[in-house]
Design a protein around this ligand. Structure first.
Ligand code: HEM
Length: 166
């Protein structure tokens, strides 16, 4: 059995340029994407909350809240997504890590769901809630949790978006 004469190389570890993962869409080094994602996350959870409250109380106020919150979630999600996508395409170390693309795919599925949840409510926001509105809200909330958790993984596990030591 021949022993390899040197350790296996990790192309990401070996290639210095791939360490460039620092955010460029940032204010004083703080990524805009990380600042913006709080809005779609909170608003998506709010749509689910409002739908459940409408189901429980039958108060149409909650159906109206859900309609507006679903619009806000989609709008802010798209804006956050644009900052993330520019980052992904612009920064070599982000672009070269497959985890970034996994996050992108999750996010695009989530944004489609957010858009569907809003569009479904246009016209009659009361009739739209049960059952399909609630099902869309629940699915969007679960996918938001997965996408948000995965976004955190990019930063805390892979240091994506952070400045690497020279
Ligand atoms: C549509 C395309 C998207 C792309 C390409 C993208 C890309 C990225 C990238 C590159 C990062 C690393 C930090 C940075 O460089 O800013 C990140 C972090 C993150 N993303 Fe996204 N993202 C997208 C959409 C979303 C959406 C819709 C959500 C909402 C659920 C989300 C949630 C997060 C979270 C929570 C973090 C961690 C932020 C932190 O803790 O600092 N992303 N994303």
């Amino acid at each position: 059995m021949n022993e390899p004469d040197r350790d296996l190389e990790d192309p990401v570890e070996e290639h210095r340029a791939l360490h460039e993962t620092e955010s460029r869409i940032a204010i004083a080094g703080h990524p805009l994407h990380a600042m913006l994602v709080a809005f779609p996350i909170a608003l998506t959870m709010s749509v689910l909350g409002a739908d459940l409250l409408f189901w429980w109380t039958a108060d149409t106020f909650w159906a109206r809240v859900a309609g507006w919150a679903s619009f806000g979630a989609f709008l802010m999600g798209v804006i956050a997504g644009i900052t993330g996508t520019i980052e992904l395409l612009l920064v070599r170390g982000i672009r070269n890590r497959s985890a970034s693309w996994t996050h992108f795919i999750l996010a695009v599925m989530l944004l489609s769901l957010m858009g569907m949840n809003w569009a479904w409510r246009i016209g009659d926001h009361v009739e739209a809630v049960l059952p399909l509105g609630l099902i869309l809200s629940l699915t969007a909330a679960v996918l938001t949790a997965i996408t948000g958790w995965h976004g955190g993984k990019l930063v805390f596990d892979y240091q994506i978006g952070t400045r690497q030591p020279k």
